[in-house]
Design a protein around this ligand. Structure first.
Ligand SMILES: [Zn+2]
Length: 194
């Protein structure tokens, strides 16, 4: 099956100025970790008015209509439990995260891109099991060759990670922007696994 790598919203691309809300499931765990479940403040307000979520925490920031003022939620929780997906989305960010943002051939963290372990010209597909993080230098060196022909093997064979796998790596690479009100709901299990 061909699956394109979507750009995917990475938590690192969030900016505090957009007042995003962290969305929790009805069990108060994030609805999704990778990517982190985040709604724009507009979507969040809509969900509050449709009575689909409870407001858990608020920003200091308020928006005004002619007749009322609403403080923007920073954390909301769904009123109805949604079964979480077991597998993280196949995104650029998540492939990098699985591979700890390092080239799987030489280990550098610079100029990262993706390599098809089995080249596309040999029928290799764009899947978790065939895409590895590679620097542009190694990518160029391997070119369209099979791993054996190029004598280049990744440090870690590509695999479909579980949410837990990405969790472990995610702690090493915290997103650029996490509002402090979110922290109670992220990585709450860190000490249990330490
Ligand atoms: Zn490299």
């Amino acid at each position: 099956m061909h699956t394109a790598i979507s750009s995917g919203a990475s938590p690192g691309s969030l900016s505090p100025g957009s007042w995003p809300a962290l969305v929790l499931n009805a069990d108060f765990r994030p609805l999704s970790y990778y990517p982190l479940s985040i709604w724009s403040w507009q979507d969040t307000i809509k969900a509050v008015f449709l009575d689909r979520v409870n407001t858990v925490a608020l920003y200091d920031k308020a928006v005004r209509s002619p007749t009322a003022e609403f403080r923007l939620p920073s954390v909301v929780s769904l009123k109805t439990f949604v079964r979480p997906s077991r597998h993280p989305a196949f995104t650029r960010f998540n492939v990098f995260l699985r591979d700890r943002f390092s080239c799987q051939y030489c280990g550098t963290k610079e100029e990262l891109t993706f390599d098809h372990l089995i080249p596309r010209s040999h029928g290799g597909q764009t899947t978790w099991e065939n895409v590895v993080t590679a620097c542009s230098c190694c990518n160029l060196r391997k070119g369209g060759q099979m791993p054996a022909a190029a004598n280049m093997w990744p440090h870690q064979m590509p695999f479909q990670p579980s949410v837990n796998d990405l969790h472990k790596n995610g702690r090493l690479f915290p997103p650029n922007y996490l509002h402090r009100s979110w922290l109670d709901y992220l990585y709450w299990d860190a000490e249990l696994e330490a």
